[in-house]
Write a protein that binds this ligand. Sequence first.
Ligand SMILES: C[S@@+](CC[C@H](N)C(=O)[O-])C[C@H]1O[C@@H](n2cnc3c(N)ncnc32)[C@H](O)[C@@H]1O
Length: 316
Amino acid sequence: MQTIHKTVLLAETVEALKLKAGMTVVDATLGGGGHSKLVVNKIGKSGKLIAFDQDQTAIARFKKQMKLGSLENLKTEILLVNQNFSTLKDSLTSLAINQVDAILADLGISSDQLADTDRGISFMGDAPLDMRMNMTAKLTAQEIVNEYSQAELTRVLREYGDEQYASSIARKIVEVRGQEKIGRTSQLVSIIESAVPGSYKRKKIHCATKTFQALRMETNQELESLRLFLFQAIEVLKPGGRLAIIAFHSGEDALIKNWFRENARGCICPPEFPQCRCDNKPIVKIITRKPIIASEAELEENPRARSAKLRVVEKV
Ligand SMILES: C[S@@+](CC[C@H](N)C(=O)[O-])C[C@H]1O[C@@H](n2cnc3c(N)ncnc32)[C@H](O)[C@@H]1O
C-alpha cells in the first residue's frame, strides 16, 4: 500500500510558496503526500497542514505513513480532509479555519490511481469502466459511455481529449452500445481501434490515450472543480499568501492562466474611457509570468513531468 507516485516539481512548488515555520498551509491534492511531506518539513512543529484528497485510499495511505513514519516526530498538526477541493472554504470553516498562509494543488491523477486495476483509468489491461477518483461519487465512465448522446460524447472527447477522431469514436460507441453494454476498458479500446485509421494506431501514443483522458476528466468533473476552487483559494488566503498550481492538461492550464490574468488586472474600463470608472482592483499578483516546467534532470527520472506547468500568484 506504499505510494508509487513520483512527485513532480517538488522543490519548485514548495519554494514558490515562501513557507516559514509556523505557517498554516493547504495541500489541495495530497496524493502520495510528496509535496505535503516537504511542506511539513518547512513549517515545522508549530505549523499546520490541511491536506485534501477526494480519494479515500490516498487519505488512508497517508494516515498509515503518519503512524509508521517520521512525520509524527515533527509534531506538525496535520488535518486530512477526504473531500473534493471544490469544498475548500466550507471544509476549512468546519475545521474552524478562516485563513491560510499558502495553498498548493497538483492536479489530475496519481500514479497510484492509474495503477489501480479496479478503477479502469488506464487503457492498459482490462478493468471495469469506472475512472472515479472518489469511489463514492455517482458518475462513472460507464454511465457516460452508455448514456451520453453522440453529440455529448463528441464534445467531451474534443474538449477534454483534443481527440481529432472524436466524432468517429463517438459514432462507433453509440453503434456498439446499441447491441451490448460497454462495461470494460478492453471493450472501449477495441471500439476506439475500430473507429480510427490505421495510421493513427501506429503513432507513438496509443490511440486510446486521448479518449481515456477525456472520459476521466468528465467522470471527475475536473475543470468544474478547478473553477470552483480558484475563487475560494484566493478568498481563504491571507494577503501576501501564495497559491501554486500544477496542471498537466492544456485546458486546465489555460483556465488557470486566464483566471490569474483576469484577476491580476486592475481597471477593466473600455480603452476609450479617459478615466477609470470601474474602480476594479486586482486581487492577485502574478509571480510566474511564464509557467515553471520540469528540468531535464527531472524529465529523465520522471517522464510524466513532461506536461507539467506550475503557475503561482500572490494574494494582494
Ligand atoms: C497528481 S496527484 C498529487 C500528488 C501529490 N502532490 C504527491 O506529490 O504525491 C493528484 C491527487 O489529487 C487528488 N485530486 C484530484 N482532483 C481532486 C479534487 N478536485 N479534489 C480533491 N482531490 C483531488 C487525486 O485523487 C490525487 O490523489
